[in-house]
Design a protein around this ligand. Structure first.
Ligand code: TMP
Length: 205
């Protein structure tokens, strides 16, 4: 497949402030008159959103969880991501496959090799052009989560789980430094948004 558009993903531990920055990215791209689609995982399609509801609230075997994440992802790629990339749009997904490595492998012990197989099957040649990682020490992310009223199943996990997620994300950055832009979520909103702007300008041209 030859992509005309750009595929950008957003990742990070729970509580790292992605939501605030998503609004900023949307406004920035709109101001530049760039055709973009903001979407999310798990979710992004009608079926994917039903799977999201199950994934975020029902307890299940970690391998089952991994396969359902990829089932939702397959639908997402087929219905939203590829068609929009082919049209030349910038597609921004709030989480993608890095989250499966971080949460299901890093957090829950599913083997990387099993995720590699599903990734190859479902994504084929599709890869993000850029991934923003919102990074935050676990103590701070937990403190922020404690101020949130309704936590989902992943957010309710303990400190050691969140620590493993962060560590796994940082390992992914080490393996593909050219794809990641790591943002320190403890920095001021203004500083983070300046970094986002610079990187978006570079990737979108
Ligand atoms: P979010 O919309 O707050 O980011 O919530 C999605 C949750 O789902 C988050 O806790 C991370 C988790 N998740 C996984 O565990 N694996 C995945 O592959 C994806 C996409 C998300």
């Amino acid at each position: 497949m030859s992509n005309l558009g750009k595929f950008i993903t957003l990742e990070g531990v729970d509580g790292a402030g992605k939501t605030t920055h998503i609004e900023f990215i949307k406004n920035y791209l709109s101001d530049l008159n760039i055709n973009y689609v903001m979407t999310r995982e798990p979710g992004g399609t009608a079926l994917g959103e039903k799977l999201r509801d199950i994934l975020l609230h029902d307890e299940m075997n970690p391998q089952t969880e991994t396969m359902l994440m990829f089932a939702a992802r397959n639908e997402h790629i087929d219905k939203i991501i590829r068609p929009n990339l082919i049209k030349g749009a910038v597609v921004i997904s709030d989480r993608f496959t890095d989250a499966t490595y971080a949460y299901q492998a890093g957090g829950k012990g599913v083997k990387d090799e099993k995720i590699d197989i599903l990734k190859k099957w479902v994504q084929e040649d599709l890869r993000p052009d850029l991934t923003f990682l919102f990074d935050l020490p676990v103590e701070v992310s937990i403190e922020r989560l404690n101020q949130t009223r309704k936590l989902d199943k992943f957010e309710r996990e303990d400190k050691s789980f969140h620590k493993k997620i962060r560590e796994k994300y940082l390992t992914l950055v080490e393996a593909s430094p050219e794809r990641f832009c790591v943002l320190n979520s403890e920095a001021s909103i203004e500083k983070i948004q300046n970094q986002i702007k610079l990187k978006l300008d570079e990737v979108i041209e």
